[in-house]
Every structure is written in C-alpha cells, then in structure tokens.
Ligand binder design. Structure first.
Ligand code: NAP
Ligand code: GDD
Length: 325
C-alpha cells in the first residue's frame, strides 16, 4: 500500500515542491488548507500538482480541527510547513506568529500522541533560531540559539517541543533546521523574489526603481526543490534526529542584487536601487552560513543548484511571468 503524508502549508513555497516530490515517490498527499472564500493555488499550479493533492480543511490556530484530521487520516508522515514565516511581519504581529508557529506544532504533536502515535512528524525549523550565534562563522546542530525576532523565538519553542515529544513519548519527530531556500514561487515579500521581480520589471520598463533595506545582511541561499528532498530523507531514517540543511556558502543581499542586475545586462545597478529604512528590521540577523556535514554523512544529502544559477532561474521565471521571452 502506498504511504500517506499530510503537508501543512501546502499553498506556500515549500508545500508544492514537497507535494511534487512525494507524489513522484508514490505517496498519497493530503494538503491542509485554511477555509478561504477564494484559496490561491497558483504555486501548486506552477508545479502542475494542483489536481493530484487531496485537500483537507483546518487551521494551525484551531486545535480541534487538527485533532480531528489526525484521528481521521492516520497519515504515515506529517510535514508541518505552515507558519507565519515572514520575519519582518513577526515584529508587528508577534502574538499571531507565536500562536501559529509555536502552538500549531504543539497541537499537531498532541494529536499524534493521542490518536496516531506511529505517525512521523517533521517540523520546519529554521536558521533564524541561531540569530547572532555562530561557531567560527558557521552554524551547525551544536550551535546555541539566539533568535532575533518574534518569528525566531516562536520557532525555538517549536524546535524544543518537537525534541521533547521525541524524548518523552518516543514519537518519531525530526527538526529540519533549514537555511534560506528560494525558488520562482518564493513569496514576493522575501528579499530574493522581491529583487528578481523588481529586476524583471525594470528590464521591461514597468518600474524605474527597487526599494530595499539592509544590503549587507548575508544569507546561505539554496534552491527549495533541493531542500524538500532533505525533509523526506530525515523521515526515512531508522532513528529520528535533527539536521542542519544549507549550502555552506554565504552571500550578501548586495551580491544577490549585483548578480540579478548583471543577468539582465545592467552593470550599474546602483542607479536603480533605493535604500528605504522601512525595509530594515528592529534587530537583524547579520550572517547565516550552514555547516551541513551531518546531513551529508547520515542522509547522503547535498544541494545541487549553486547560488548564481539560483539567481538566474528566478530572474528568468519572473521575466517569463511578465511576458518576456
Ligand atoms: P510560506 O511560503 O510562507 O508558506 C507558509 C504556509 O503556511 C502558507 O501556505 C500559509 O497558508 C500557511 N499558514 C500560515 N498560517 C496558517 C494557519 N493559521 N493555518 C494553516 N496554514 C497556515 O513558507 P515557506 O517558505 O514555504 O516555508 C515553509 C516552512 O519552512 C515555514 O514554516 C517556514 O517558517 C519554514 N522555513 C522556511 C525557510 C525558507 O527559507 N523558505 C527556511 C527555514 C524554515 P496560506 O497560503 O493560507 O496563507
Ligand atoms: N524581505 C526583505 N525585504 N528583506 C530585506 C530587504 C527587503 O526589502 N532589504 C534587505 N533585506 C534583508 C533582511 O533584512 C534580511 O537580512 C535578508 O534580507 C533576508 O530577508 P528575507 O528574505 O525576508 O528572509 P529572512 O532571512 O528574514 O527569513 C527567511 O529565511 C528564514 C531562514 O533563515 C524566511 O523564509 C524565514 O521564514 C526562514 O525561517
């Protein structure tokens, strides 16, 4: 019999890539969606999987809906990708962020504990938990946490409750501590997509400038499609564990901007970029760089798409969206 997986956050960026990956492996895939008058399936459409997923309704803020779902479905695997995932918004909506990102996973874990204890659980943990901390410039599974936003703090709770339910009740629970990963269906507010969308519009003469915040922040950026494979691999191991996933390379927002403009033939990008303080954060995470040796050794995982290639893929996709060939 084929395995089944419930994916929360199915309409976001990672949900569609993971659904596509699991469907190819022969899984029956359930996708959790909130009740909307008009849900947006465009990211699933982009990967041609909209009609291959079975949709179930629920909300990470509504414990009963999650209990009922787990009790009814008994999925083999749950991938908890749902979150208020925009760091900047978490400063203004700290309570909502905490409810969705911290209590949501707790509700799912309780549902698994009470109604389906053989279900495996994946928590979408994040490099944002490290914040200011590093060991010789990189972060790995042993690096302590020092979150710098309500988002980062909410994810630290989710990380530890996931570990705690493994240790307390013997559940199969994993944390994937993923560094930034991007794609043509990345949310438009995140800096990479904001840049590639802006660059495409500038190339086509639709806008004249691109307004950004801190250009000096450095991130370890990979391709989302590579990263969903790591999620799956964690869930197939004999023993549940926590893994850092990233490329091991760190680049600044400035470098991302330079390469994106270069890809459309513009060298003098400074003519188009305006620094706007509204896009800066009350507390910044200056530098993230993964040391993903454990994943490489235990999971046999490594990223396939390099930084320059990722920027190009995203710029090309945005140009195509605006009708350019
Ligand atoms: P995303 O594009 O922002 O998608 C998040 C999804 O969560 C959306 O589909 C959203 O649903 C759903 N959601 C939000 N609140 C919900 C609620 N109350 N009930 C049910 N669903 C809710 O995020 P992503 O980039 O795919 O990331 C997936 C996960 O990985 C997130 O947990 C994120 O924090 C984590 N993460 C991401 C990265 C990264 O670089 N992308 C790195 C590390 C960790 P709607 O569509 O209905 O709004
Ligand atoms: N969004 C945004 N918009 N960020 C900007 C801008 C801008 O105009 N200008 C500069 N930045 C800087 C931010 O200050 C930050 O240092 C960096 O670009 C990346 O910002 P985001 O793309 O918003 O991502 P993030 O690193 O804060 O968070 C993402 O990655 C985390 C993993 O490290 C999100 O996907 C989180 O959900 C995820 O956990």
């Amino acid at each position: 019999m084929s395995k089944s997986a419930l994916i929360t956050g199915i309409l976001g960026q990672d949900g569609p890539y993971l659904a596509d990956f699991l469907l190819r492996k022969g899984y029956k895939v359930y996708g959790l969606i909130r009740r909307y008058s008009n849900p947006n399936f465009s990211n699933l459409d982009y990967l041609n999987v909209t009609n291959k997923v079975d949709y179930v309704e629920g909300d990470m803020n509504d414990e009963a809906s999650l209990l009922n779902l787990i009790r009814g479905l008994h999925p083999d695997e749950v991938y908890n990708l749902a979150a208020q995932s925009f760091v900047k918004a978490s400063f203004e909506q700290a309570k909502l962020t905490t409810e969705v990102n911290s209590l949501g996973p707790l509700y799912l874990l309780n549902a698994i504990k009470f109604f389906s204890p053989t279900t495996k659980f994946y928590q979408a943990s994040t490099s944002e938990m490290f914040g200011l901390q590093h060991t010789n410039g990189y972060q790995d599974e042993k690096t302590p946490f020092h979150p710098r936003s309500p988002y980062g703090v909410s994810k630290v709770y989710a990380y530890w409750i996931t570990v705690n339910y493994r240790e307390s009740y013997g559940l199969f629970t994993c944390n994937g501590i993923l560094f930034n990963h991007e794609s043509p269906i990345r949310g438009i507010q995140f800096v990479t997509r904001k840049i590639t969308d802006g660059v495409a519009k500038i190339k086509l003469g639709l806008v004249k400038e691109l307004r950004l915040g801190n250009l000096e922040a450095k991130r370890d950026w990979g391709f989302a499609d590579d990263y969903v494979e790591a999620m799956y691999l964690m869930m197939q191991q004999k023993n549940p564990d926590d893994y850092v996933i990233g490329t091991g390379e760190s680049h600044s927002v400035r470098e991302f901007v330079e390469i994106a403009f270069k890809s459309i033939g513009i060298a003098d990008w400074k003519k188009y970029v305006v620094i706007d303080p509204q896009f800066k954060r009350p507390a910044e995470v200056p530098n993230l760089k993964a040391k993903a040796d454990k994943a490489r050794k235990n999971l046999g995982w490594k990223p396939k798409v390099a930084f320059d290639e990722l920027v190009e893929i995203m710029v090309k996709a945005d140009l195509k969206r605006y009708g350019s060939r």
